[in-house]
Design a protein around this ligand. Structure first.
Ligand code: UDX
Length: 434
């Protein structure tokens, strides 16, 4: 089939490349010409394991093209996926749908034959209705159909999550378009993916409700970890003990720093906004947002305690600064709160991240990037393991750190407290007793 992906971010680019790898003809469109030119040459603007080779393979097989001519790309395609950003509006909880509506206006001028128009971006409930109204101002409703097909891709695992999804959700009451979508996804359904057809609004809400629930699960285990610290219990035992209950499940029960990323923070806010707009107070999710926002302050307090509140001139080394491993994404990473706060208190901070230098820390005093782990840890007073990169999972700290009294705050519980104490290291972690 002939597909057009509008927007070449984490969602549009990964979905477009994977659709082309399934044998479809795909045009990925972006208004950023520089980005399009890089993509045409196989240069990928995002860090996503496995993406580069998939892009190059499908460009070579002439199934994947890039363009910054939106009108022309829409006219050439039968199925249009809207994959533009829906960030949180400044000083608000609402999703900013400016880009979505601009695309809808462009689409309404480019309906040269029947089009299936699909929102893959995460959009609030009723956005599909609004898109339909915008397009029907200039086109008969017989000439197009608007569906919701939310993505469930985790950064760093996006290709795997596309090829082996737990479920494909398609929201539409238009049987003809549903059949076409089911056919498009048939290779994944053949591999065992569940295919769920719902109303359009239900599909829009499934996405938000899923992310809000995952954020709730993480925040829940983080709060239980706080209790474990006061009762000298190991949170790992709780996560396993709870997770063995099929109704709970063991995934997303790893205690750590505040959750971040481009989705959980924005989606939890947006769904509470939708609730408020429809006079339904989503109190659980509001408390999750508050609890997660407080978590960085809580972990910072732990850092101050570990350093006996003597922060000035203390050498603090961060291992990992992205919001999670296997991504270069810094959006809402808890390091963006912790590092500036420590720098303001006079700490001398070095950070190492496998994805390199971060411009976000450029303006902060005494915050420097080290391009190797050894340089980052050299003579550190306190090592903070912030992100669970594999690179950090079997370090010989004694050899790496030229400092007798090594202290480690492992925010991702990568190491065993018993083994670290045996090595005479002052080891702190999350939810594992005092
Ligand atoms: C999320 C959803 O998982 C995905 O389905 C959706 O499409 C987009 O948003 P992503 O934001 O890429 O994906 O990352 P995810 O792996 O979900 O992690 C989100 C945050 O939760 C990260 O900060 C991560 O460190 C944290 N997390 C995750 C935990 O703290 N503990 C866990 O057990 C899992």
């Amino acid at each position: 089939m002939k597909l057009c992906m509008i927007g070449t971010g984490y969602v549009g680019l990964v979905s477009g490349v994977c659709f082309s790898d399934l044998g479809n003809q795909v045009i990925c469109v972006d208004k950023d010409l520089a980005k399009i030119n890089k993509l045409k040459n196989g240069i990928i603007p995002i860090y996503e394991p496995g993406l580069e080779e998939l892009v190059k393979k499908n460009i070579k097989n002439k199934r994947l093209n890039f363009s910054n001519n939106l009108k022309e790309s829409i006219k050439k395609s039968d199925i249009i996926f809207i994959c533009v950003g829906t960030p949180t509006k400044r000083n608000s909880s609402n999703a900013d749908l400016k880009q979505i509506y601009n695309v809808a206006k462009e689409l309404s001028k480019s309906i040269n034959k029947f089009k299936i128009i699909i929102t893959k971006s995460t959009v609030p409930v009723t956005t599909g209705d609004t898109i339909e109204n915008i397009i029907s101002k200039k086109n008969s409703k017989k000439k197009f159909s608007v569906l919701s097909n939310p993505e469930f891709l985790r950064e760093g695992e996006a290709i795997r999550d596309f090829i082996y999804p737990d479920r494909i959700v398609v929201g539409s009451n238009d049987t003809k378009s549903n059949k076409i979508l089911k056919n498009l996804y048939s290779p994944l359904i053949a591999k065992g993916a569940n295919y769920l057809n719902t109303s359009r609004r239900a599909a829009e809400l499934i996405k938000y409700a899923s992310n809000a629930f995952l954020a709730t699960k993480i925040t829940f285990i983080n709060e239980i970890a706080n209790l474990c610290e006061k009762t000298n219990i190991n949170i790992d035992d709780i996560s396993i003990g709870m997770g063995l209950d099929q109704r709970i499940g063991g995934r997303f029960l790893r205690a750590g720093p505040a959750y971040g990323g481009s989705c959980f923070p924005k989606d939890t806010k947006a769904i509470t906004s939708t609730g408020d707009n429809f006079k339904t107070n989503l109190t659980v999710i509001k408390s999750v947002i508050k609890s997660n926002e407080d978590r960085s302050k809580l972990l910072l307090k732990r850092v101050y305690e570990i350093l006996n509140n003597k922060i000035k001139n203390k050498k603090i080394s961060f291992l990992g600064v992205t919001f999670k491993a296997n991504t270069d994404d810094m959006r809402d990473s808890s390091s963006l709160k912790m590092i500036p706060a420590l720098s303001k208190k006079g700490a001398l901070i070095r950070y190492y991240d496998p994805t390199g230098f971060k411009k976000e820390f450029k303006k902060h005093k005494n915050v420097n990037y080290s391009d190797t782990i050894i340089k980052c840890l050299y003579k550190a007073d306190l090592i903070i393991i912030h992100t669970e990169w594999n690179d950090f999972k079997s370090l010989d700290f004694k050899k790496l750190v030229k400092n007798k009294k090594i202290m480690i705050f492992d925010m991702r519980n990568l190491y065993s407290p018993k083994k670290m104490i045996k090595k005479n290291l002052k080891y702190f972690s999350v939810g594992r007793g005092l």
